[in-house]
Design a binder for this molecule. Structure first.
Ligand code: COA
Ligand code: NAP
Length: 271
């Protein structure tokens, strides 16, 4: 991955950093010379991600398995990161859960699972990170989704969850700003080759239809999101905090609402 940023000597912690977009962000910071620490539930995924982040050029990489719903496990991961790599310059909170289902088909447990991973998990990551964040100077980024701002059928749980994540971003920008911590949300558009899009548009045809709903007429790559995270974490963005940044080819301006029609037809067929 070619990047024009320099994060040599900086420590980057990524929750959910073991696959898809968040792994791409880790590889981006790695190519810029950072030390990268990742967590997710599966130790196998952690091991594989650490290897690919090292291969991408990281000064060092490490990780632990931890479920963001378990506050103690998340605290232990931050402690391990601090012992290994010192204080955190960049925190990316990206762990999330999603499945397409209409509200009537979502059980209490299904709704709770997504809310607990996305909203409670983000709160756990923020509060466990806080003692280890560089003050002043840390950059925190929550990975949100278009569902936070555009209502989408079959996504009531994710819409509620990601809107909550963006409110955490805004409240912490107020609370942590005086200590020199900046916090922003990044909203990825439809990103190719990710679990999220495999769930929402499970065929090549589906992804092609989604592409036509994006004003720039292309689906995104993880590197598009990595570059925005590096910009927001750089000196160039030192006065930017509390904002929600779509990186989506202008998808959120309209296309999002219709993008999942093919998936919806499948849901209707199978209900
Ligand atoms: N439609 C309706 N309900 C669903 C569902 C679907 N497609 N998939 C899961 N659920 C429900 C389950 O039935 C269960 O409810 P129940 O106990 O009432 O039956 C509930 O969700 C929890 O499922 P479970 O598999 O036990 O939860 P988990 O905590 O192991 O996993 C998920 C959480 C469901 C979000 C799972 O999809 C996951 O781990 N996702 C992480 C990866 C991901 O979603 N990536 C995409 C980008 S965010
Ligand atoms: P992904 O590969 O499934 O990424 C999710 C990551 O979170 C994985 O590393 C997963 O690893 C981890 N995770 C899930 N539940 C967890 C938990 N309870 N505790 C700790 N880690 C957990 O999906 P993705 O599509 O790349 O999505 C990444 C982020 O981008 C998400 O925040 C998503 O909402 C957002 N997003 C994606 C798209 C898209 O086009 N894909 C668009 C907009 C927004 P384990 O399974 O090992 O836990």
């Amino acid at each position: 991955m070619s990047v024009s940023f320099d994060f040599s000597g900086k420590t980057v912690f990524i929750s959910g950093g073991t696959s898809g977009i968040n792994l791409g962000i880790g590889e981006g910071f790695a190519a810029a010379g950072a030390k990268v620490f990742v967590i997710s539930r599966s130790q196998d995924k952690v091991d594989a991600a650490v290897a690919s982040i090292k291969a991408a050029g990281a000064e060092a990489a490490d990780g632990l398995s931890a479920d963001v719903r378990d506050h103690d496990a998340v605290k232990a991961a931050f402690q391990a990161c601090a012992e290994r790599f010192g204080e955190i310059d960049v925190l990316i909170s990206g762990a999330a859960g999603n499945f397409p289902a209409k509200a009537n088909q979502i059980s209490s447990n299904g709704f709770r699972a997504v809310l607990e991973i996305d909203v409670l998990g983000t709160h756990h990551v923020m509060t466990a990170a806080y003692p280890h964040l560089k003050k002043p100077g840390a950059s925190v980024i929550n990975i949100s989704a278009p569902q936070a701002v555009v209502p989408m059928v079959a996504q009531v749980h994710v819409c509620a969850a990601k809107a909550g994540v963006d409110m955490i971003t805004k409240v912490l920008a107020l609370e942590w700003g005086p200590e020199g911590i900046r916090i922003n949300s990044v909203i990825p558009g439809p990103i190719e080759d990710t679990e999220g899009m495999r769930r929402l548009a499970p065929s090549e045809d589906g992804m092609e239809r989604v592409r036509h709903t994006v004003p720039l007429r292309r689906n995104g790559q993880a590197v598009d999101i990595a570059r925005m995270c590096m910009f927001l974490s750089s000196e160039e963005a030192s006065y930017v905090s509390g904002v929600i940044v779509p990186v989506d080819g202008a998808w959120y301006l309209g296309g999002v609402g219709t993008a999942l029609e093919a998936t919806l037809k499948d849901l209707e067929t199978h209900k």
